[in-house]
Design a protein around this ligand. Sequence first.
Ligand SMILES: Nc1nc2c(ncn2[C@@H]2O[C@H](COP(=O)(O)OP(=O)(O)OP(=O)(O)O)[C@@H](O)[C@H]2O)c(=O)[nH]1
Ligand SMILES: [Mg+2]
Length: 352
Amino acid sequence: MPDSSAQSTTADLAKRFRAGQVAALARAISIAEDQRPGFEELLHELLTAGPTASRVGMTGPPGAGKSSLVAHVAHAYRAQEERVGIVAVDPTSPFSGGALLGDRIRMNDLATDAGIFIRSMATRGSLGGLAATTKEVLDLVDAFGFERVLVETVGVGQTELEITAAADTVVVVLVPESGDAVQAMKAGLMEIADIFVVNKADRPGAPRLAKEIRQALHLRAGHGVQEPSGHHGVDLTQVARDARPTSTPAVDSEGWDIPVLETNALDGTGVEALVEALGRHRAWLDSSGELDARRRDRARGRVRDVVEREMRRAAWSSMKLQAALDEGVDRIATGAATPYSVARELLAQLLR
Ligand SMILES: Nc1nc2c(ncn2[C@@H]2O[C@H](COP(=O)(O)OP(=O)(O)OP(=O)(O)O)[C@@H](O)[C@H]2O)c(=O)[nH]1
Ligand SMILES: [Mg+2]
């Protein structure tokens, strides 16, 4: 429990947050990221209005051009006077503070624009609870009042797929050198994509990859193609399914045809079509009731996250339970109990 000084800090921070002070947003994000004492009260305070932003997630292999595309899309929204929050999770290209990919002019433009907020989250190597914190950061950026929230994740593993569930629209960015459509299917990307982008269309192989993806989507929609199992020992297809349980992403099954677009993020070719597709998907989300369904899924997942976190904390911070555990371990050692019987006893105590 936070003491009264922490409470007054929370109230003050919430006031500044609601007044639109970017420093307050940055501070709230740090508190949520570090899960500092009182962070849940703070989130409760700040998130009462619920999500309003249009959230777009871009995922894809390292170096596919996600940041470049995010920059283009952000520019397009800025041209419509919309404010944009950008969260980049674990970018392989380093960037810090406001200087997202500081060597690139386009990003420098963004970093000095007051209508844009950029936050990067380094997460590589620290798995526990990372997805939960990222979701909370997105919620904060959303609650701050940005009309658009863009989140970039490197789509190479389970965590990234989970994070995409925090977006309303998921754009999967592939490039000719990232392999063929079969690999994309194996990685579970077909499951999560609302829009496919084949970037680096200036390179050979882009039209072929786009064609393969269209064929794969078509097969899935029409003939219920056998799911390939995941590689690297993780069934990513299953992860993707778990991450978004209500939406069946097969083409057209719910009235949404997954577009496969080609872009060149160096000169901006195809970006207009991407922005247009994002707008159409958003309109479809609204009219089909899918946005509501996805937000409800997200809320359900968040409650479960918090309950699990609190249960764990409650269990292992209880002296009584610790004592019962020690005593149980003694009995396991002498063969008088098993881990299962002791666990049952502990659970009975905890849930009493
Ligand atoms: N030829 C070509 N190069 C591109 C294109 N889009 C991006 N690039 C280049 O590809 C490199 C990676 O671009 P980024 O936008 O940083 O890619 P990213 O997916 O955000 O990379 P990470 O965040 O590091 O995973 C940069 O050197 C870009 O200039 C494109 O359409 N064509
Ligand atoms: Mg990037």
